[in-house]
Design a protein around this ligand. Structure first.
Ligand SMILES: [Zn+2]
Length: 254
């Protein structure tokens, strides 16, 4: 084995559960252990886990068996005031389809959303130590709020962050974009290229999305990539990756 692999299933919520369930079955079939399950406390305002005790049971069972539960936004919807510049519009409405909930929040609004989301999960018996902003986007004020609220770790599209130790650990992420046909075709090509490009990286992350399982060709591409990664890397949670990673590769927070 050489290197670590962190597998994350994004956007886990009662509203997306059928697709999440299918992804979890796929991961079980691949014997992919220690996935991180990114829980959205109130997905698009459609209600949380408190109304879905069977899903909570399943998540707790998986956590007891080595999965890691983390918080992923509050609503997973960008409800901040409309983008004002073309660059903001491109980032918040086109690249992220209006899902970058923490992209434009100020500090107090971010702190409120973080606390509300964590409380909603805790009410359902789901306890989290890490936080991943939707679409990996967080304003500078939101990043400061994430540090101050007391999470153990966070991530963006380039790195994992150990917050108590103020460490940044580079970790490239492989993800697909299933929102349109051309994106899916491009994603299949890109996944293969990214697999080769990250061959020597000490930690590689994989970001799976519920919608990926709806497209058989994309799912096949994912299975090939996951098998190749699992053949040569040890699957660990993000918390474990941060604990195991050689200190020499740590960089102090900028
Ligand atoms: Zn997400």
């Amino acid at each position: 084995m050489s290197g670590l692999l962190c597998i994350a299933l994004h956007d886990v919520a009662p509203a997306t559960w059928d697709a999440c369930r299918r992804w979890l079955d796929q991961l079980d079939a691949l014997e992919a252990s220690a996935p991180t399950l990114l829980l959205v406390p109130d997905f698009h305002g459609r209600g949380g886990f408190v109304q879905a005790p069977a899903i909570v049971d399943e998540l707790q069972r998986r956590a007891a068996a080595g999965a890691e539960l983390a918080q992923h936004g509050l609503l997973h919807q960008d409800r901040a005031p409309s983008p004002r510049t073309p660059a903001q519009w491109l980032r918040r409405r086109v690249l992220t389809a209006g899902e970058g909930e923490f992209a434009a929040l100020d500090g107090p609004a971010a702190a409120r959303a973080l606390a509300q989301g964590r409380a909603l999960l805790a009410q359902s018996g789901l306890h989290v130590r890490g936080f991943v902003p939707p679409a990996w986007l967080a304003s500078a004020a939101a990043r400061a709020a994430i540090r101050e609220v007391g999470y153990a770790w966070t991530s963006d599209h380039r790195a994992l962050y150990d917050l108590p130790r103020a460490l940044r650990v580079p970790a490239p992420v492989l993800a697909a974009s299933p929102r349109s046909g051309w994106r899916r075709a491009a994603s299949r090509v890109w996944l293969g290229a990214a697999l080769r490009a990250t061959h020597a990286a000490p930690i590689v992350r994989v970001g799976l999305h519920p919608a990926d399982v709806e497209y058989p060709a994309l799912l096949r591409a994912w299975r090939t990539v996951l098998r190749a990664l699992l053949d040569r890397r040890t699957a660990v949670t993000k918390q474990e990756a941060l604990q195991m990673h050689p200190a020499a590769l740590h960089e102090v927070h900028a």
